[in-house]
Write a protein that binds this ligand. Structure first.
Ligand SMILES: Nc1nc2c(c(=O)[nH]1)N[C@H]1C(S)=C(S)[C@@H](COP(=O)(O)O)O[C@H]1N2
Ligand SMILES: [Mo]
Length: 328
């Protein structure tokens, strides 16, 4: 997100690749076809060493018993792990994209509990294991698009959000779900600053939250999420701009009224409730027609942004009859 006085972070600057590396990588991409997403898996038909180099070193705690989704795969090579883990938006750890990787390094995510409240039959305090263990962990490769016009391809590991929240038995008064990030200045140093109101809040309409694409993630690239990417529980809503994908969740509330999310409070003319990726509706300060993929070399052209980030077939029906330039 861009707010006043922010030190300019140039996505190009951090991504300049020496041309030789760039050309090698290009060769690799052409040769590899669909890449295997998991750690430890060799890529069929290509040099394994080269594959590891191209993906960046993956650090973290391996997640056992992950099943690859049959349905949610992409014909694109995942973004290098080191790009995904070092170029972050997580204002709880500062506004610069390089800060979260440094300042969240020692953020402790075990134990972790989530308060569940509001219109549901099973409110209470749930431990991480209560929430995650009953489910089969799944790996899904999703396209992800930040409102700031950069994007990435990530093999996320998690559980269906709908499956998780059904267990709380929301009642018919639960029209929306609201999520909150941890608020603790002693653990999240960015919260000592008045950048955005704390805690960070996001919301979904109930049918959006129950949509099969909505994913509650605990990991990526075969390992547990690193803190900078939102450990231990982080939403991924691939058809929406990145700011909807709230990190380090500690509260889930079933509510009747549309929640006001953090970016709506900060800049109401620029950010709405829906935040569906839409190349035809510009942000008031920039076009949303194109995007730059993290890790693309400086010579690579920007890519066209896709309606609903490429997931229109699956989600467009959620918004039938709505004026998408009004409900942005
Ligand atoms: N709690 C919280 N969640 C957040 C943010 C944040 O600042 N705080 N930033 C959002 C934005 S704008 C984006 S683009 C993504 C970035 O996720 P990444 O760092 O894993 O790429 O996280 C989203 N979730
Ligand atoms: Mo974002």
């Amino acid at each position: 997100m861009l707010i006043k006085n922010k030190k300019a972070t140039d996505p190009l600057g951090s991504e300049i690749t020496p041309e030789s590396t760039f050309l090698n990588r290009r060769k690799f991409l052409l040769g590899a076809g669909i890449g295997a997403a998991s750690v430890g898996l060799g890529l069929a038909g290509c040099d394994e060493q080269e594959a590891v180099a191209a993906k960046g070193e993956i650090t973290g705690t391996p997640l056992p018993n992950v099943v690859k989704s049959q349905k949610y795969q992409l014909m694109e090579q995942p973004t290098d792990f080191d790009k995904v883990a070092t170029y972050n938006n997580f204002y709880e750890f500062g506004t610069d994209k390089s800060y979260p990787a440094k300042l969240a390094k020692d953020f402790v995510t075990k134990p972790w509990t989530v308060e569940v409240d509001g219109h549901c039959a099973k409110p209470g305090t749930y431990g991480y294991d209560d929430l995650v263990s009953p489910h089969q962990l799944e790996e899904r490769v999703y396209r992800f698009r930040c409102v700031e016009a950069w994007s990435m391809i990530v093999p996320w590991v998690g559980v269906s959000l709908g499956e998780m929240i059904k267990k709380f038995e929301p009642t018919s008064n639960a029209k929306y779900v609201k999520f909150e990030t941890l608020h603790d200045e002693t653990r999240m140093p960015g919260q000592t600053m008045n950048t955005v109101p704390w805690p960070y809040v996001e919301g979904l309409r109930m049918d959006e939250a129950l949509h099969p694409l909505a994913f509650m993630t605990v990991g990526y690239y075969g390992v547990e999420l690193l803190p900078q990417n939102g450990a231990p529980l982080r939403m991924i809503l691939p058809w929406k701009y990145g700011f909807k994908s709230i990190k380090s969740i500690v509260r889930i509330s079933f509510v009747e009224k549309e929640p006001v999310n953090t970016w709506q409070v900060v800049l109401p003319n620029e950010y709405g409730f829906y935040a569906n990726v839409n190349p035809e509706v510009d942000h008031p300060r920039w076009s949303q027609a194109k995007e730059r993929r993290l890790g693309d070399g400086v010579f690579t052209r920007k890519r066209p942004t896709l309606m609903f980030n490429g997931y229109a077939d699956e989600v467009a029906s959620l918004y039938t009859g709505m004026d998408l330039s009004k409900f942005y």
